[in-house]
Design a protein around this ligand. Structure first.
Ligand code: ARG
Length: 465
């Protein structure tokens, strides 16, 4: 049997393998809510403009509401032979209200329909992600406020560099996520134009009101070029790019949790809620959630790469290649939402070992820069010379297997006679962090101010849509 929706010029139905490669219903049924929302707005506009009679438009609207109810109640039967969500919904509508259902597709094509449905879905998903990211920022900022003066090693090259505060470290991620949210917001604003009315590719001869449909669906207005409208998927690419950057940020934090939770670092522990055991090694406590947040970044970046390659070189306007836009996007944005929630859970669960962090903060001569700065400030040495002198003092401490703080004054004076006992005031890790008061620095007072300001900003945000 040929297809009921487009089979007019076809004598027979598709080969089984044709149906299999062609059908998208197995995944695009996820667009059902958006598909019906779009059709409702379209039907109302067809009625308002007189393209379809008032009673017909009303019958279509009521029928669509019924279809939506069936989908919500899980009583709707999705059919592969009907290819995709658009034809599944329309076919069911026809079964419910009869031939008048055939008027719904006036001045519309599946090309602008799918562009609309997917845009609505991506927009809804971005709003959900924003709420999740905001919650994660809140969790991090709360934890930061609780640990404004907890000292830990700051690293470069994963070598102890200078002491920092745990609160400062956590707030670094609040900043990253703030930018991630900004990128998603920008993408949302750019995508917020309504595709419906572009029809197949050239627009339509019917006197449609695209502004009405756009307003009904919460868009800023209609898109301006029908070819671009049905061919564009950069609204998805942009969100996947923002999602990829966000996933990379989360993967970096996840990696730090993995490191911190090792017995070797011992900086922090996850409770039983966020740890798993080994089936063979009874002593193990594995940070699987953190590892999975780190790992899922792979599929998120993969979805971006995949869709970039699908779109590359496609001539205008619509090609069926573009049906490949959905599965990777669904998968990637689901994965990101899960990673965001799991990260927030871990942040709230994470119990830092403050004594251990502070002890580690002093290892590796982490206050060497403080010593060099002291030589500049108090003895008036040029920084380059102070750096050299400090290097020799570090070497002397290393030779005696001791710390800078525990190195006797005469050993330092043997290298730089001007050094006095006052130097010891800068060699402790607490003094070191307390002195980093430059704007954006790690001093507890700065961290308290930043954490408080973030918590205020988050509280003041209007609840996300
Ligand atoms: N299932 C299709 C997609 O996802 C809908 C658009 C089909 N358009 C067409 N001309 N065959 O892209």
């Amino acid at each position: 049997m040929s297809n009921a929706m487009w089979g007019g010029r076809f004598a027979s139905g598709p080969d089984a393998i044709m149906e299999e490669i062609n059908a998208s219903i197995d995944f695009d049924k996820r667009l059902a809510v958006q598909d019906i929302r779009g059709s409702q707005a379209h039907a109302a506009m067809l009625g308002a403009t007189g393209i379809v009679s008032g009673p017909d438009a009303a019958a279509i609207g009521a029928g669509l509401t019924q279809v939506a109810g069936e989908i919500e109640a899980n009583t709707f039967t999705f059919r592969r032979d009907l290819e995709d969500i658009h034809m599944n919904v329309e076919s069911r509508l026809a079964a419910l209200i009869g031939p008048v259902a055939g008027r719904l597709h006036t001045a519309r094509s599946r090309n602008d329909q799918v562009a609309l449905d997917f845009r609505l879905w991506v927009r809804d998903t971005v709003d959900g992600l924003d709420a999740g990211l905001r919650d994660l920022q809140g969790a991090l900022a709360e934890k930061a406020l609780a640990h404004t003066d907890a000292v830990m090693p700051g690293f470069t090259h994963l070598q102890s560099a200078q002491p920092v505060t745990l609160g400062h470290h956590l707030l670094a991620y609040v900043e990253m996520i703030g930018r991630d949210r900004g990128r998603l917001r920008d993408a949302r604003a750019r995508m917020n134009e309504c595709p419906l009315g572009a029809a197949a590719l050239a627009g339509t001869s019917f006197p449609i009101d695209r502004h009405q449909v756009a307003a009904a669906l919460g868009f800023e207005g209609p898109t301006r070029n029908s070819l671009d409208t049905v061919a564009d998927r950069d609204f998805v690419l942009e969100v996947l790019a923002a999602a990829s950057i966000c996933a990379i940020h989360l993967s970096r934090f996840a990696e730090e949790i993995v490191l911190w939770a090792t017995p070797q670092f011992g900086f922090a522990a996850l409770s039983d809620k966020f740890s798993t055991g080994s089936s063979i090694m009874p002593q193990k406590r594995n940070p699987d959630a953190a590892e999975l947040v780190r790992g899922k970044a792979g599929r998120i970046v993969g979805a971006l790469t995949g869709l970039l390659i699908v779109m590359k070189g496609l001539p205008l306007a619509y090609s069926k290649d573009m049906q490949e836009d959905k599965e990777g996007t669904f998968d990637a944005l689901d994965a990101l939402a899960l990673c965001v929630a799991a990260t927030a859970g871990m942040v709230r669960d994470l119990k830092p070992d403050l004594a251990r962090m502070e002890q580690a903060a002093g290892s590796g001569f982490a206050t060497a820069t403080d010593l060099a700065d002291w030589l500049v400030r108090v003895l008036g040495l040029p920084f380059r010379e102070a750096h050299h002198v400090t290097g020799r003092i570090v070497a002397a401490a290393a030779e005696r297997s001791t710390t800078l703080e525990a190195l006797p004054l005469d050993a330092m004076q043997a290298i730089e006679p001007g050094i006095t006992a006052a130097v010891f005031s800068v060699l402790g890790v607490r003094n070191s962090v307390a002195s980093r008061t430059s704007f954006g620095g790690t001093a507890p007072a700065n961290v308290r101010a930043q954490a408080t300001s973030w918590l205020e900003r988050l509280a003041a945000e209007a609840p996300s849509a």
